[in-house]
Design a protein around this ligand. Structure first.
Ligand code: AMP
Length: 113
């Protein structure tokens, strides 16, 4: 797949405000935050969108959810946060490297819009 800005962030070719990193995942603050806490959680493996994930990615996907819990704990927002994944351009995905948005620190409405 073609390189995205997120692979350059993982490789530290471009700077980011890193919150958490391990062998499989990377979490950093969104450059255009939509809430007081807005962190992107991404796999290091360049899966373009969730629907490109395979059965062999099952453990990785579960790991990303647990990283979300860990990041929420670190940010002091474990009681209330929203985890968003936009799958495909029609859903608002702009960067084709799958990612969760962890949003917290304000109230949220439903439906999300
Ligand atoms: P999406 O629209 O779901 O693909 O989300 C992409 C997100 O990446 C947006 O919220 C952008 O603000 C964010 N973003 C784009 N470039 C950067 C960057 N260099 N550092 C941090 N966040 C970024």
């Amino acid at each position: 797949m073609s390189e995205t800005i997120f692979s350059k962030i993982i490789n530290k070719e471009i700077p980011s405000d890193v919150v958490y990193e391990d062998d499989l995942s990377f979490a950093f603050r969104d450059i255009n935050p939509q809430a007081p806490v807005h962190i992107l959680i991404i796999p290091k493996k360049p899966i373009p969108q969730l629907t490109d994930a395979a059965i062999s990615d099952q453990e990785l996907l579960g790991h990303l959810m647990l990283v979300a819990n860990k990041v929420a704990e670190m940010e002091g927002v474990v009681d209330a946060f929203r985890l968003v994944l936009n799958n495909g351009a029609g859903a608002g995905q702009e960067v084709m490297h799958m990612h969760f948005h962890l949003l917290a620190g304000r109230s949220f409405t439903w439906p999300p819009g």
